[in-house]
Every structure is written in C-alpha cells, then in structure tokens.
Design a protein around this ligand. Structure first.
Ligand code: FES
Length: 121
C-alpha cells in the first residue's frame, strides 16, 4: 500500500495503489487548492490548473503515472516536477508538496526532512 508524504502538512497518508492524488488529498482533508482553486475549480478534469503539486521523490519512474499530454500543455512553463494532482495516479510511495506556487515556513528544511525519512512501501 503506497504512502503519500505531504510535506507542507507534515502527514503521511496511505492509499490504494492506483489512487488519484487529488482524491487522496481531498479525502484526507489535505488542502490541495489555493484561494483561486477554492473559489472555483474544474473538479478534476484537468482544465483549471489549480491543483498543482510538486512530486519530489518519485522513487522510480513508475511511482506516479507518466505526465499526460494534457499536463504537458497545461504545465509547459512550470518546473518539470510539478503535476496536476487530478491527473496523477499514485503507484508507489511518493513525497508531495501541495500548492508549490505558494511558499511556506521552513519549506527547505521540511523538504530535506521529508526526503531523509524512509517512505513506507
Ligand atoms: S482540478 Fe482542475 S486541473 Fe486539476
């Protein structure tokens, strides 16, 4: 059973293999949306670009689903490790930063710590 380590929230959440990252977050009360997304979002259809996440450690290339053609278009000017949560399927344990466009206190330290603690598999 994969684990999603949400760095900003300091939480590890177990999920079913093949689960959708947006649904995992919403189901666990992890805030995936910034203000714009809270005011309105496409509910997971890959159109609004408000469910941005950064996938830090994919472990292997298969840890999450490959970037989709839709994401390639929508994220063309974003960092390579950013994804749309609604278009990302979790296959293996991963480390995720929600709302990567918004900084948070001690983010570098928290990311370093998240990477240093082994992920359950
Ligand atoms: S919820 Fe709109 S792009 Fe993901």
């Amino acid at each position: 059973m994969p684990t999603v380590r949400f760095v900003r929230e300091g939480r590890d959440v177990q999920c079913a293999q093949g689960a959708n990252l947006r649904e995992i977050a919403l189901g666990e009360g992890v805030e995936i949306y910034g203000l714009k997304g809270k005011l309105g979002n496409c509910k997971g259809y890959g159109q609004c670009i408000t469910c941005l996440v950064r996938v830090l450690n994919q472990g292997t290339d298969e840890a999450v689903s490959p970037i989709s053609d839709l994401e390639l278009i929508k994220l063309k000017n974003r960092p390579k490790d950013w994804r749309l949560a609604c278009q990302t399927v979790v296959n293996e344990s991963v480390i995720v930063v929600t709302r990567p466009q918004a900084s948070f206190k001690n983010s570098d330290l928290m990311i370093k710590h998240a990477k240093s603690v082994e992920l359950p598999h």
